[in-house]
Structure formats: C-alpha cells, structure tokens
Write a protein that binds this ligand. Structure first.
Ligand code: IPM
Ligand code: MG
Length: 362
C-alpha cells in the first residue's frame, strides 16, 4: 500500500534542504520501487503567514493521516516579536505534542572523513557513535503553570515548571533500553537528582524499568558532568537518555563533536513508531536562500524515516552509503569544509544533493 509522507519545509533554509531530500525520495521511487506519496504542508512562520497559526488545523489534519512526516526547520527573525503562542517554535512543539512524539532519537555519529572538521582532536572523536534519547513532549517545555507575572511589589517574575509523571519517565526509559539492546547495551541516564526532586523520581523510575533489561548496563550522570564528559571523552557513551531541556542542550553539543550540526538527523516517535523526522539544526535565517546550507542531515533524516517508520531498512542503508560515498569524494558544504584539506571541494546545497542522488543510482 502506498504510504503517505507529509513534507513540512517550514522556514529559513528549510525549503532548500527539503528540496534535496525530495530529490533523494524521488530517486528511491523511480529506481528502487519505493511506494510513497508526498503531500506538502505548512508549519512554523510559513504557516503563520498563510493561515495565522504556526500549526494550523489544515496541517493537523494532514499530520493525522500521514504515515511519516519530514520537517525542515522553523523560525526566523521576522517572527521574533509575535506573541509567544503563535511563534514558529510553538508550531514545532504543537505538532510534537499533538502526535505524542515523546521519543526523540538524536544519533551523533562521526563520519571518519570528517574527523578533521570537529572542534575536538581527531583521536578524541574518531569512531564516535552516540545515540541521545530525548524525552520530547514533557518536562519544562510543557509544564504548567508557566508565564510571566507581576508580583505585589510591581516586579515581574518569569516561571516555568519542570514536571515528569512516572508514566512519562517509564515510556521514554523503555524506548532507550530497547535501543540500547540493539547497540552496545550501555545506557547512561542523565539527570540532576542532587538538586531537583523531579530528577530524583526520574532516576528511580529508570532504575525500576532497567530491571526488565538486565543485559543493559545502566549508569546515571548529572547533566553538568555529562556536558563536560561529552567534550572530554565522548566515546565513553553508547546510549544516553534524558529529559526534554537537557536533551535539547546535550544534543547540540554532541552534534558539534561530529564536525557540524549540519550532519545530524533525528527521529521523533510515538508509541506505535509513527514518526516525524527532521535535521536537528535550526532554520539558519542568516544563510537562507544562498544555496549554502548542508542538506545531509535532512537526507539522513529520510534514511531514519525509512528505517523507523516505513520498514525499509535496505533503502535506509542505501542512503547512508550514498552519503558516505559523497563525503569520500571530498564534497563539502561550507559548514564541513576545512580550508587546505587535500582532495576536498567546496560545494553548494544543490550540488551535494545531486551528488547523493548520483551515488544512489550508481
Ligand atoms: C530542537 C530545537 C527546538 C527545541 C526549538 C526550535 C523549539 O532547538 O529541536 O532541538 O528546543 O526543541
Ligand atoms: Mg535544540
């Protein structure tokens, strides 16, 4: 049966990088029998401009019937002064919450070709392969109450609430343990139970769930130490599981270990495996429309989509090896280009996308 992919380019470089991912999907359709139909929709600032809301009812309806969703990025300077509840970012949080995409997988894998592009020494990152599992629909991002209030003395006070229920911790813990079982069977749960009661409960529930996965070696780390360890000795990690905000922060740090945030895809899954796939970098409005952005994170997000939602592991591997081929050919977008490295060429968004398609077909 034909499966439906909803494509949401969003804002900034979103359209450019999605265009390259579509080329890849089209090649899989024409040459490898992939049976999917693409529908296009609006999210973020683009949706606000067209329909007055960053996650409008039209997109909600499309998202409900889609088998998987491919998203570019949201946000732009022109939306910075909008009321908070219609800002582009709220569109992204809205779709994550609406579809209950609680399990966010953010792999940080160093492609050996790019060891020199990392800001860390090549030997510290060579062979790096970490999976960060970030809780995506709870925690301080969604906790109530939230807001900015005026105190009796007239001073303003901003407040948000970091909350996790046992059931929310349990389901993300199961996700993480299951992934660890398919990898090196080591899981590090990242929290802050020395200060926060909510993270004390987090540790306790993760321990409890861990009893069901005796083969997985479970450890706990405070988030500040985890940030330090990520830049000191990142290869000690296999799978990391953490809450929404800590995961947001640690995944940017982990991304940079791999040379560029332009290389990292992600999957956000619900309990049935329906998912939304997006690069973890943002909308980069400063380079919008310049054909400079790196589309590889988006293209690898398509690979994750094939693997996790569309049950097409062999096509996912084809994409992964096409990306590897292109990097071996020395093609580099600006974010991964290091001046003076022999055998490398600086290329544009569309050139590297075309090269991936060519590698797929060869
Ligand atoms: C991410 C982004 C989002 C987040 C923003 C754009 C709302 O930083 O996906 O990591 O904070 O989750
Ligand atoms: Mg982020």
């Amino acid at each position: 049966m034909t499966q439906i992919i909803l494509v949401l380019p969003g804002d900034g470089i979103g359209k450019e990088i999605i265009a390259e991912a579509i080329k890849v999907i089209d090649a899989l359709k024409s040459d490898f029998g992939l049976d999917v139909e693409i529908t296009n929709g609006l999210i973020g600032g683009a949706a606000y401009d067209a329909e007055g809301h960053p996650y409008p009812p039209s997109t909600q309806a499309q998202a409900k019937v889609a088998d998987a969703i491919l998203l570019g990025a949201v946000g732009g300077y022109q939306y910075d002064d909008l009321p908070r509840d219609v800002r582009p970012e709220r569109g992204l949080l809205g779709i994550r919450a609406d579809l209950e995409l609680f399990s966010n997988l953010r792999p940080a894998i160093l492609n050996e070709e790019l060891a020199g592009a990392s800001s860390l020494k090549a030997e510290v990152v060579a062979g790096l392969d970490i999976m960060i599992v970030r809780e995506l629909t709870g925690g301080i991002y969604f906790g109530e109450p939230r807001g900015i209030r005026t105190l009796d003395n007239g001073e303003k006070q901003g407040y948000n609430t970091l909350v996790y229920k046992e059931s929310e911790i349990e389901r993300i813990a199961h996700s993480a343990f299951k992934i660890a079982m398919k990898r090196d069977k080591r899981l590090c749960s990242v929290g802050k139970s020395n200060v926060l009661e909510v993270m004390e409960l987090w540790d306790e529930v993760v321990e409890r769930v861990g009893k069901e996965y005796p083969e997985v070696e479970l450890s706990h780390m405070y988030v500040d130490n985890a940030a330090m360890q990520l830049v000191k000795a990142p290869k000690q990690f296999d799978v990391m599981v953490t809450g929404n905000m800590f995961g947001d922060i640690l995944s940017d740090a982990a991304a940079m270990l791999t040379g560029s945030i332009g290389m990292l895809p992600s999957a956000s899954l619900d309990k049935k495996g329906k998912g939304m796939y997006e690069p973890i970098h943002g909308s980069a409005p400063d380079i919008e429309g310049k054909n400079l952005a790196n589309p590889l994170a988006t293209i690898m997000s398509v690979s994750m989509m094939l693997r996790y939602s569309l049950n097409q592991e062999s096509l996912a591997q084809k994409i992964d090896s096409a990306v590897e081929t292109v990097l071996k050919q020395g093609l580099r977008t600006a974010d991964i280009y290091v001046d003076g490295v022999a055998g490398t060429t600086l290329v544009s968004t569309s050139e590297i996308g075309d090269a991936v398609v060519a590698a797929l077909k060869s």
